[in-house]
Design a protein. Structure first.
Length: 287
């Protein structure tokens, strides 16, 4: 069985936030890279990411490279945690929680995703579900991490929009049974279904079309989960976090020019980051 490195584990964490594409936007603005100008004229940049490692989303444009170079600091949803125990259940193993057939499927998918079996059996079920719903990894570094590495190479300070506890708390606050419901839904999906749906989401992302992303998520993820759980997840993952992240973008961009990399689903809609920044007096324009 393939070994599971720290880089792979980091990829799993950031890939989990692919669920950040669960957007309930009423209206969408097209675009992924935005210039956001504070009331005093200082310019920062907001880039909508897709938390995956596909080569089609890591060929960064000259405009994005320039925006990063022109910024004083780099912000992403969370910085890599010092203590990776937050990925794992401390009081149980999936060997105690799943049926024999479900356990066999977990082991099969762990091998497919180059993850040690013991790692998979102790990972939080909601996080494991998100990892298992992705295609086979191409690289240990997701798009977010590649941007972070570029910022590090330019000696830029690295900042988190959320603490590790805030970030994980969005879904840690659900019940164990709800976590298992998410995992079981993913275990029922075929490789062909996962690949097809990933390509649809990727296509919407490459178009910068957040409305299509929202529609696909309601259709795909919403279609495989109980409606009440799906509604609860969208509120926790998008609406509640958008308010906190907007406040921190405003606070930091008031002091220096920042390049903010955040899941694309957080950008659009009445409660999205673009609208919240405009409400805070910022001029926002697509690049």
């Amino acid at each position: 069985m393939a070994t599971y490195s720290f880089a792979g584990l980091l990829r799993s964490l950031l890939a989990a936030m692919l669920f950040s594409f669960m957007l309930a936007a009423q209206a969408a603005e097209t675009g992924l890279l935005w210039k956001v100008e504070a009331p005093d004229g200082r310019a920062s940049y907001l880039f909508g990411t897709m938390h995956a490692d596909d080569a089609r989303i890591t060929d960064f444009s000259p405009a994005l490279e320039q925006a990063l170079a022109d910024s004083d600091a780099f912000m992403m949803e969370i910085l890599p945690p010092d203590d990776i125990s937050i990925y794992f259940m401390q009081d149980a193993s999936l060997a105690e929680l799943l049926s024999a057939d479900e356990l066999a499927q977990v082991k099969k998918l762990a091998d497919f995703h180059a993850m040690q079996e013991d790692i998979a059996l102790h990972m939080k079920p909601w996080l494991l579900a998100m990892v298992f719903d992705l295609p086979k990894p191409q690289s240990p570094l997701a798009q977010d991490v590649q941007l972070m590495a570029k910022a590090q190479a330019q000696n830029k300070p690295l900042l988190g929009l959320e603490t590790t506890e805030e970030h994980f708390g969005a879904l840690d606050g659900l019940t164990r049974e709800e976590h298992l419901t998410m995992l079981r839904a993913v275990l029922k999906r075929t490789p062909e279904e996962k690949e097809r749906d990933f390509e649809r989401l990727l296509g919407a992302y490459l178009e910068g079309n957040t409305a299509r992303i929202a529609a696909f998520d309601d259709e795909i993820t919403g279609g495989m989960l109980p409606p009440e759980l799906w509604r609860k997840m969208k509120v926790r993952l998008i609406d509640e976090r958008n308010g906190r992240m907007a406040e921190r973008i405003v606070a930091e961009s008031g002091k220096q020019s920042v390049f903010v990399a955040v899941g694309a689903s957080h950008l659009a809609g009445e409660q999205g980051l673009l609208a919240r920044l405009r409400q805070a007096g910022y001029k926002v324009s697509a690049l």
